[in-house]
Design a protein around this ligand. Sequence first.
Ligand code: UGA
Length: 436
Amino acid sequence: MRLSVIGCGYLGAVHAAAMASIGHEVVGIDVDAAKIASLSKGEAPFFEPGLQEILTSGIASGKLRFTTDMSAAKGAKVHFIAVGTPQRRDGYAADLTYVHAAVDGLLPHLSDGDIVAGKSTVPVGTAADLATRITSTGATLVWNPEFLREGWAVKDTIDPDRLVAGVPAGPEGERAADFLREVYHPSVAKGTPFIVTDYATAELVKVAANAFLATKISFINAMAEIAEVTGADVTQLADAIGHDARIGRRFLGAGIGFGGGCLPKDIRAFSARAEELGRGESVAFLREMDEINMRRRDRAVQLVVDALGGSVFQKKVTVLGAAFKPHSDDIRDSPALDVAVRLHGLGASMTVTDPAAIENARRVHPQLTYVEDRDEALRDADAVIVVTEWDEYRRQLTPEHAASLTSGRVIVDGRNCLDADAWRAAGWHYAGMGRP
Ligand code: UGA
């Protein structure tokens, strides 16, 4: 099937390449000429495992192309809207400028019977607003939220754990859902749940899922705060409650909390929208989750300060990690970098290393020192803090090897990803998040 994908960021570029990899003929469209130039050469403009391969093969097969020209959408049967919806500068609500611009740009190129599939994360009610304009061209709007995780984006797009289609009532909606079934034919054929809803439910499924994940992380981080004043161990606690299948161990990793381009802004936009709807109190707990999350960054900073005797002034601190999570070069709202910047503000001399995110981090925080090589970064450090649990730090760095490079023996484990006993046995002062 011929498809167009409007917006070629993390979501759209992966979606376009993934759809080509399952046999569709896809054009990816974006206003950013530099991004389009790089994608057209088969170069992924960001780090995402597996993306490079499907980009290269898609372009080589002729099934995938990229352009800045919106008229290239003409002739496609399904048009995906995959632009960003960042937090507004003036508050918590989502900024829908790019969604409206994408729809404005697309309208003149729509034909009768086309499907427009919204993938961007939007406040509930957006699809209903957009539908009138889209329907006037003879096209049908469906809302088809995306649940991909960065670092697993290719796999999550090609083989998602569920598909959701918010459609208008009646035969038009059924026809639109059938089009999406055809688009996602390999998943549908293998029995992946395909849930057809109305617009509002589809929009809410997305924000509810992210709100739940954020709440789960902040819940365990709240337990970490209690563990800190009682001497309990939050990782054992998480293991123990996680054995209960109703709770589950995933997303119970206590540490410096969640960041990235989705969870933080999505829970804020959700509260803002609930307030607009007169139901602010229903999700008031999300503000609390946000606060717990931000407090964990303070705690990590405090652990470094305490371990260095009450002041980090002129101390050399090495930060292992900059990305908001491993397998990503994304530094949007990265707790890792926030901790580094705060320590820098306290007068520490900061060296940051990361296997993928250094370039992005340097652009946004040029005041920090960046060193690509992990061992070089560790050299002569008074203290080390792990803030992104890449395997290079979690599995491959032994306390003995680290000790051969650093001058101090202080390690703060901001992700509770190290073997505390092993580091202590090797003579290190180890401090975790909610661990004795
Ligand atoms: C998140 C959701 O997981 C996806 O399902 C969703 O599609 C996506 O947002 C989106 O809305 O686009 P992502 O932002 O890629 O995906 O990252 P996650 O894997 O959810 O991690 C978010 C943050 O939580 C990271 O900073 C991670 O380090 C942190 N985290 C995760 C914890 O602190 N503890 C955990 O146990 C798990």
